[in-house]
Design a binder for this molecule. Sequence first.
Ligand code: NAD
Length: 494
Amino acid sequence: MTAPTNWHQRALDLKPESKIFINGKYVDAASGKTFEDIAPHDDRVIAHVASADAEDIDRAVKSGKKVFDDGSWREMNPRDKKAIMLRWSALMLEKKEELALLEAVDTGKPIGDTLSVDVPNTARVISWYGEAIDKRYDEVAPAPRNALAMITREPLGVIGAVVPWNYPMMIASWKIGPALAMGNSIVVKPAENSSLSTLKVAELAIEAGLPAGVFNVVPGLGAEAGQALARHMDVAKIAFTGSPAVGRKILQYAAESNMKQVALELGGKSAQVVLNDCTDLEAAASAIGWGIYYNAGQTCSAGSRIIVEKGIKEELFAHLRKFLESFAVGNQFDPATQMAGLVSKSQRDRVNSYLDLIGHDGEKIIFGGEKTRGADLLIAPTLIDNVKATSRLAQEEIFGPVLLSIDARDADEAIAIANGTDYSLAASIWTGNVAKAHTLARRLRAGTVWVNTFDMVDVITPIGGFGLSGSGRDKSLHALDTYSALKTTWIALN
Ligand code: NAD
């Protein structure tokens, strides 16, 4: 029998690439500056990551523009482009363990998750968009017989992508896949605490045959590198995923520079509406548990509010308690772990600050609720009852393993509460009545609605929201349209 992998030791042995990736090469920041990348698991400095500033951003954008202008990617035979994307995806799977370790060590995620979710999904997104490259047609308009009118989709140029730390590689791939499939170049700015996996993926792109300059990665601080990218005059579109506060700034940077296109994928406060005609409360509890405690609640679409119709709450809570009995919480390097600590001390302190609010307005802890201090970033799965729909706890994104329960008299009140935040990313309804499921799904204001399930996701459908959740849509074939512009060409035939 082979010995079990010692993931922690392998994490300690990692020698991650930590320089900026521009024009197919790892380079130091022009200023020589670096920032410390800290492992949440043990507070260790994993790497001194090159810290890009405006000069490095300019170098990256120039290299993207050069290759865009010379057409070596944009004009490549679609079949060849597809082959490169498929090779790139295959290389990610070949390097699955290394990429999974980099992602885990940077973010604190369970190694089991990065191995089974983050890496395979990133590879799937790249191959899925690669496959789309030679299966997409443009249009011929119904023009008079003396003319031919074609509507084609043209790539935009250099895309800037600014991404968060909660699913670093995966969210980057939602921008990279459709942007490259449409023939653009891209410059990705990862979050400060999670640059390593995307930097490694860049090397694999070159190995797969992607022309140098098409894909660049510029780690750096948000206010410095992120801002410089969003303000760059040669960036045609900025694709941002992150908090609403920074999303607002991105809009401002675009307005104050070249009025580049902006796509915003922001936060969420997703509701799970549980009606008393739900036929399987045990299944609902399991989906609710996974929906909030997966990735320790650090998911934009996390189902952080349950809105429970009168009469079923006690039974639902009992099933949630039972669910937790077999939900493994603990060390991220144990492959059996299903939930580990938060990404950073500042994120843990933010969650603590919300736990401080419990009890101010009649809220009651059902389980969990303890704050942690010092190096301990593990907040236990928490359920809080008696939460008022308009309270800060129910309105603001906590981004931790904290589930709030809000009472509803009936389905109408439940829908009103579900729709009663500024966020509108996702929601679900649990009911045994099909007609009710359809009508209530229509009334829920959310980019994604699930019925009798939660978190069914794949690259085949879009993700995005309304209001404070942003207006961009990642994933699916629709994303291809967002990385291209329509062009009309009239040809006289007489
Ligand atoms: P954040 O907004 O703090 O940071 C996101 C990115 O923006 C990082 O790369 C950061 O360096 C950069 N940034 C920070 N300040 C900047 C500035 N002034 N100019 C330009 N860039 C700047 O968000 P976060 O804490 O990394 O991520 C959590 C947030 O992301 C949550 O609100 C979560 O809901 C949201 N999110 C949304 C989705 C979605 O698809 N809708 C997915 C995942 C996360």
